[in-house]
Design a protein around this ligand. Sequence first.
Ligand code: FAD
Length: 456
Amino acid sequence: RVSLVLFTSDLRLYDHPPLRAALTSADAVVPLFVRDPAVAAAGFATPNRNAFLADCLADLDAGLRERGGRLVVRSGELVEEVCRAAREADADEVHLSAAHSRFATRREERLRRALESDGRRLYVHDAVTVVVPPGEVTPAGSDHFAVFTPYLRRWTQVRLRPATGAPRRVHVPDHVRGEPLPARGAVPGVSPALPAGGESEGRRRVTAYWRGGLDAYDEVRDDLAADATSKLSAHLHFGTLSPVELVHLARRRGGAGAEALVRQLAWRDFHRQVLAARPDAAHTDYRTRHDHWRTEDSAREDIEAWRQGRTGYPVIDAAMRQLRHEGWMHNRARLLAASFLSKTLYVDWRIGAAHFLHWLVDGDVANNQLNWQWVAGTGTDTRPNRVLNPVTQAKKYDPDGAYVHRWVPELRDLAAPTVHEPWRLQGFDRAALDYPDPVVELSEGLERFRRARTGP
Ligand code: FAD
C-alpha cells in the first residue's frame, strides 16, 4: 500500500503526525511538496520567503534521503498535482496538516472533493502547525476568544498530544518522479542578511537558545540592543519546528524564561483562532472604529519615509532598516514601527501590514495582520487608543542607543539620549548630520489621532 503526504507549512520530519500516520498505514509513501502559482499570485511568495523555503525543501529532501527516501517536488495547481501524484502512485490515502486561513481551508475542501471523486481519502491532522487548534477552546456564546488573558487560561489547561521523533526509514516508490528542487541562489531581491532555513538549522537554533538564551528570555525580550529573543518565528511559519514539541521542551525546562516563551506561543495560536473564525480580519477591521485613515494618495511622502527608514525618528528608522536587511524585525521594534505608522502618521494599517508581509521571512497572515490590527486599535487590544511614544520607548528599550547605532550609521557618533532626539542638536552639530528632520511632530500626530478617533 502507498500513502501520500502533502507537505505545506510543516516542512519537517520530527513530530509530524501526517507522515507518521502515512507510514503506519502504508509500506511506501510519497512525500510531496507542490509549488502552486496561486500562492505567488496571492502575494505570499516573496523573495525572502522563497529563499527560506528553498533551504527548507533542500533540508527536507536531505533528511528523507538519509532515511532511504526523497522529496517529490512538483509545480502546478495544488489540487490537480496532488490528484495526479496520488493516481501515479496508486495511493489510496492522502495525509495533510490542517491549515487555518481562508485560502488554505478552501483549497483543502476542493482537495477533499477531488480525491473522493477519485476513490481516495483525505486525512487532515490537527495540532501540527499550532499547539491548540482553533475552535478547541472557546468562550461561552462565541466561536473564538477576543481577549488574550482568558484564552491563555484555557489554552494552558489543554492536554497536549506527545511529541514524536523522526521516522527511521521512508520508502518512496521509484516511479513517482518530481522536478529539481528550487535553488536559493536563484531568488533575486533577497535581504542581504536573511537567515538560513531548514529543519536542521531550526533544531540547531533551539539547542543553542535552550543553552544560552531561554532562561533570561523574560527579562531581555524587550531589550532592542540585546537582540535576545529566540528567532524561531520563520521556523514556526514554515513548520520546520513543531510548536507542540517546543511547548513540551519549554515546560520540561521550566522557569520564568521558558514560561514567557510558552506564553508567546499561545499568542500565535490566539491570532490563528481569531483568523479561523473571522477570515475577513486579514483585510477588514476586526472592530470597526470609523477611521478615516490617510492613504497612499494623501500621505505618500510620509509612507515612503517610513518604508525607507527616513522618518527622522531614529528608533523607527533603525527598525525599518533592520526589516530590509534581515527580513526580520525585533518584536518591540515591530510594535513601535506599526504604532508610528498607524497612530502617529494615522496611515491605514493595511499599508504597513503589506510592507511587512513583503519583507518578513516569518510574514504570516494571522500573526502579521492581527498584530497590525492590535497595534492600530482595530483588533483585539483592550486599550485601542494607546499610542507608543517612539522617544520614550527608545530611551527605555535602547538606553545606550546601541540598536540605533547598529542600523542608522549616520547617528553612530551620537551618545544616548541625544541619539534618540537628534533634532535637539544645535547649530553646526545639527547641520553636520546627514539625517532628516522628523516627518511630523509627535504632539501634532497625537492631536490628529485623538481628533480622528474620538470625532470632532
Ligand atoms: P520570540 O519572542 O522568541 O517568541 C517566540 C515565538 O512566539 C515567535 O517565534 C512567534 O512564533 C511567537 N510570537 C511571539 N510574539 C508573538 C505575537 N505578538 N503574536 C504572535 N506570535 C508571537 N510574527 C510572525 O511570526 N509573523 C508575522 O508576520 C508577524 N508580524 C507582526 C507584525 C506586528 C506589527 C507585530 C507587532 C508583531 C508581529 N509578529 C509576527 C509577532 C512577533 O513580533 C514575532 O513573532 C517575533 O518578533 C519573532 O521573533 P522571535 O521568534 O525571536 O520571537
